[in-house]
Design a protein around this ligand. Structure first.
Ligand SMILES: Cc1cc2nc3c(=O)[nH]c(=O)nc-3n(C[C@H](O)[C@H](O)[C@H](O)COP(=O)(O)OP(=O)(O)OC[C@H]3O[C@@H](n4cnc5c(N)ncnc54)[C@H](O)[C@@H]3O)c2cc1C
Ligand SMILES: O=C(O)[C@@H]1CCCC=N1
Length: 392
């Protein structure tokens, strides 16, 4: 084991998923000497940020996300300019729901109040615009015109490269084993010891494992997500591959959960359609499927496909795995450690944090630099939970 590095970093960020990588990027933009630590050799597919695509949208039922997404679009465009890489494709984001659905109505209200470019569609308009998509006669729909997809793997690589270009240091293949809080925080990994004035913990599904020894228990649940890709019954026939939007189905088919889909991208000829949820699993045991699933996510998807997208085979052609880290209210955690002001936590992204990551990174960097955060962080505070806190 090496001796502690004599130079003390301004900040060490633990976890090089999309949230930690954007945090490190904003710190480096602010001339902070920053180290980004990652347990796996990069790139990897063990956490929450891998894969080729994610949905971007302002269509949210919570006004704070709709409002924050305005700046996110600007920050994504800034990263595109800096890296010279296209990261966003506008496809429109279609929201479909049963009539009288409260979440749907809040989404429409929010888009209107926040001056988002959007429109309501009749069932006939949806089916004419997107051949192959069959709505129930009473379903309602609207479109967030600038919704679309983000190229996730490319975005992660781009933000890490820009961070390094600004002088930031990445050490991958080093798992953080111990954090010693103090005015200067000492971080011990599997192969080295580092020191910093501040640390930010963005450990995704491993967050609780990193936080427990620091006396903090958060109500986080880690879920295994089945990422499903679907094939046309007759290649080229369904009409779905030509002009398919990103979509969000809210409480369709009498289900309490959401389903969402993205146009064909990662596998030619296959469309990605997923269940927004999953079964609890330890991140280390993600691929073992030890217990029978409590939520029949794939069956729910098969039922949805049969009804709404009958041109697709109602059995997935490919299933891959990813992880969510959920809070009870599905809102993020962006806050200081209650006992240590120089330890900042970004966690609980609850399966919808990718699109917001440029701003999450900016906010976490502001907290770490002791600046006033640019947004009201009340919805993201640790104090909203009844959290038992050990005093260490
Ligand atoms: C299938 C799926 C679909 C999604 N769809 C969307 C979408 O359409 N739109 C959207 O906006 N969001 C979406 N999300 C959510 C989004 O991808 C996540 O919110 C986001 O990737 C979370 O990033 P993270 O950095 O918090 O976590 P992660 O990517 O998991 O990063 C955490 C990192 O910390 C590292 N780490 C952990 N412990 C240690 C340690 N002790 N030492 C060193 N390193 C450590 C891990 O190895 C990991 O690399 C989706 C997520 C999934 C899984
Ligand atoms: O965050 C998103 O937009 C997607 C779609 C809805 C469910 C989760 N992720």
């Amino acid at each position: 084991m090496a001796l502690p590095n004599s130079s003390v970093y301004d900040c060490i960020v633990i976890g090089a998923g999309i949230q930690g990588s954007f945090t490190a990027y904003h710190l480096a933009k602010n001339q902070k000497r920053t180290l980004l630590l990652e347990q796996f050799p990069l790139p990897h597919s063990r956490g929450s940020s891998h894969g080729q695509t994610r949905i971007i949208r302002r269509a949210y039922s919570e006004q704070f996300y709709t409002s924050m997404m305005q700046e996110c679009y600007q920050l994504w465009a800034e990263l595109e300019r800096e890296s010279g890489i296209k990261l966003y494709r506008k496809t429109g984001l279609l929201v479909i729901a049963p009539p009288g659905n409260e979440e749907f109505e809040s989404i429409c209200r929010n888009m209107e109040q926040n001056k988002v470019s959007w429109e309501r569609f009749t069932r006939e308009q949806v089916m004419a615009k997107y051949p192959g998509l069959i709505l129930n006669p009473e379903d309602v729909a609207c479109c967030d015109d600038n919704g679309g997809i983000l190229y996730a793997d490319k975005a992660l690589r781009a933000v890490q490269e820009q961070f390094q270009k600004m002088g930031g240091v990445i050490q991958d293949g080093q798992k953080v084993k111990h954090i010693q809080p103090g005015q200067v925080v000492t971080v011990t990994t599997t192969s080295d010891i580092y020191q910093a004035k501040n640390i930010v913990i963005t450990a995704g599904p491993w967050a609780q494992k990193v936080l427990s020894p620091l006396g903090l228990e958060l109500p986080l649940k880690t879920l295994r997500i089945n990422v499903c890709y679907w094939k046309e019954k007759i290649p080229g026939r369904s009409g779905l591959l030509q002009n398919f939007p990103a979509f969000l189905g809210v409480n369709l088919n009498g289900e309490e959960h959401e389903v969402y889909g993205l146009p064909c991208q990662e596998y030619p000829g296959l469309i990605k359609i997923c269940f927004h949820g999953g079964n609890e699993a330890e991140p280390e045991e993600r691929d073992l499927q030890a217990k029978p699933p409590q939520i029949p996510d794939i069956q729910i998807l098969c039922n949805f496909i049969s009804k709404y997208l009958p041109g697709l085979h109602p059995k997935p052609a490919v299933i891959e795995q990813c992880m969510y880290t959920n809070t009870p209210d599905s809102n993020f955690i962006l806050d200081y450690h209650p006992l240590h002001k120089n330890i900042v936590i970004g966690s609980g992204f609850s399966g919808h944090g990718f699109k917001l990551s440029p701003l999450v990174g900016k906010i976490l960097s502001e907290l770490s630099m002791g600046k006033e955060p640019s947004y009201d962080l009340t919805p993201f505070s640790i104090s909203r939970f009844q959290t038992p806190q050990a005093s260490l």
